[in-house]
Design a protein around this ligand. Structure first.
Ligand code: AHR
Length: 505
């Protein structure tokens, strides 16, 4: 976004768009999710056979039904930190023969009643494209390659035959694989240096692609931008994995520890910055290899997370299933989540995959309590992108007020993204980051006439408003009026998200 007019105090803003100024096609996989064996994400979240909500597969129809409203495309599984002490063979074959294990990432007990085939069968029913992470902590490159053989091989091999026996209905191969998770982090089981990781990841990548050359691989990048190895780890890991690397992973959880709503609402700028930095490593490494085939970005964990990000909230102490990191979100969190998605759209040429972490109970858009389900504020924001995600991301010129920011200098008061679908439908997203100013927003598209089709608003007078079990509908999206003419205008209340569908003529 180019901020080209500094005009403090002005409450009018314009998005200038041009039909031919494409950033790139929006990859549908940026609307992905992430399901980890952690807390009550799988057990009591997605999979809950005793619940009255359970279907014939033991999956909760209310949870899966609510998630289907969010239309996730790819789904990352089974972790996360969990995967670094997970052996996939524990989770296949007859359920009553599967081992119960002590799980060391989150301190829980893993019954293994939900595993590879239960997940893949769920993917078949929901339309999610599976994205697996392999264990490069306690696991070996051979175990990783065997998993590819099991899921993607055919019954000419022993593992292919075993899969056909374990899940005769299955047809879905796994196209996308992560080479470990956050291996740079000292908290990670099997944590190692970038050079050690690079060697192990390359060995795994080599074997996995020998088994199935069509799979795509994600190299594990630095997990926290604050880390001392940020970007240096990424460079070493990418260089080691070389031509086997299709994507470089990056993660980010934004927070509001200071309780400063005004500052928090500008924090989406950090995502643009992180994407630019990670992209520069991808280009640098490709350049050094004299390769025209560059790795792209898989932003494979993102969300707001801070209230429950502490030892007590993250350690199950032998309980199963434990209530871990069940963050209750408010409106401002939802507005920051929307900024993540808008940043991925604006960077459509380099961000090809992104996964909301996570999908049920654990830092998630839905919570369960017994047989009941709650849609959080972030659910509402994500839902506003559904049906408005296909097409070319357009460069967005911004004219309007800015917010002074100690961290980012000045930040556009209205954050925006736009997608042009074919020639005649335009989707525009806008977050008013101001906590106290209304903004009259005009959208212009290179002289074209814009007619309103639909417009959704997410707003509440209190940015800290939450949906809770006592008031489950406090923060809900609603329809809103737009005025049309040569340009299109909409009035944004303070701290809000708006999503528009416009007809172009
Ligand atoms: O999403 C929760 C955890 O956050 C993941 O397991 C880990 O990869 C990250 O640190």
């Amino acid at each position: 976004m180019s901020v080209w007019n500094y005009a403090p105090g002005v409450t009018k803003a314009t998005f200038n768009l041009h039909q031919q100024h494409h950033v790139g096609l929006v990859d549908s996989r940026i609307f992905g999710g992430f399901l980890e064996h952690m807390g009550r994400a799988v057990y009591e979240g997605i999979f809950d056979p005793p619940s009255v909500q359970a279907d014939e597969f033991g999956c909760r129809t209310d949870v899966v039904g609510a998630l289907s409203e969010l239309d996730f495309t790819v789904m990352r599984y089974p972790g996360g930190n969990f995967v670094s002490n997970y052996h996939w063979r524990d989770g296949v074959g007859p359920v009553d023969e599967r081992p119960t294990r002590r799980e060391l990432a989150w301190g829980t007990i893993e019954p293994n009643t939900f595993g590879t085939n239960e997940f893949l069968s769920l993917c078949e029913r929901t339309g999610w494209s599976p994205m697996f992470a392999v264990n490069l902590g306690t696991g070996t490159p051979e175990e990783a390659a065997d998993w590819v053989e099991y899921t993607n091989g055919n019954p000419t091999t022993e593992l292919g035959r075993q899969r056909a026996k374990d899940d005769p209905m299955s047809v879905q191969p796994v196209p996308l694989w992560c080479l470990g998770n956050e291996m740079d982090g000292p908290w990670q089981i099997g944590h190692m240096s970038a050079a050690e990781y690079g060697t192990k990841a390359r060995q795994a990548a080599h074997m996995m692609k020998l088994v199935d050359p069509t799979i795509e691989l994600v190299v594990s990048g630095t997990s926290l931008p604050e880390s001392s190895t940020y970007l240096a780890w990424d460079q070493i890991a990418l260089e080691s994995v070389g031509g086997f690397a299709d994507y470089l992973s990056t993660h980010r959880y934004l927070d509001n520890y200071s309780g400063d709503t005004a500052a928090f609402l500008t924090s989406g700028v950090a995502i643009d910055r992180q994407i630019a930095e990670i992209d520069s490593v991808c280009r640098y490494v490709a350049g050094r290899r004299r390769s025209s085939r560059r790795p792209f970005i898989a932003f494979d964990e993102w969300n707001v997370w801070y209230r429950t990000r502490n030892r007590a909230g993250m350690w199950a102490d032998g309980q199963f299933p434990a209530h871990l990191v069940e963050e209750v979100y408010d409106l401002q969190d939802a507005l920051v989540c929307a900024q993540f998605l808008m940043s991925f759209i604006r960077n459509a040429d380099v961000v090809k995959v992104a996964n909301l972490a996570q999908i049920a109970n654990v830092i998630a858009p839905v919570l369960t309590n017994g047989d009941n389900l709650l849609r959080q504020t972030i659910f509402e924001a994500l839902a506003m992108f559904v049906g408005r995600r296909t097409g070319n991301s357009l460069r967005l010129g911004y004219r309007g007020p800015v917010i002074p920011s100690p961290e980012f200098e000045s930040v556009a008061m209205v954050d925006g993204a736009a997608i042009l679908n074919g020639d005649n439908e335009l989707y525009v997203f806008a977050v008013n980051r101001s906590v106290d100013s209304k903004v009259e927003l005009t959208v212009e598209l290179s002289g074209s006439h814009l007619e309103p089709v639909s417009c959704d608003l997410l707003h509440h007078s209190d940015p800290t408003a939450q949906n809770t079990w006592d008031s489950p509908d406090l923060v809900r999206r609603s329809g809103m009026e737009m005025s049309s003419g040569p340009a299109l205008m909409v009035e944004l209340p303070p701290h809000c998200l708006v999503a528009m569908t416009l007809k172009v003529s």
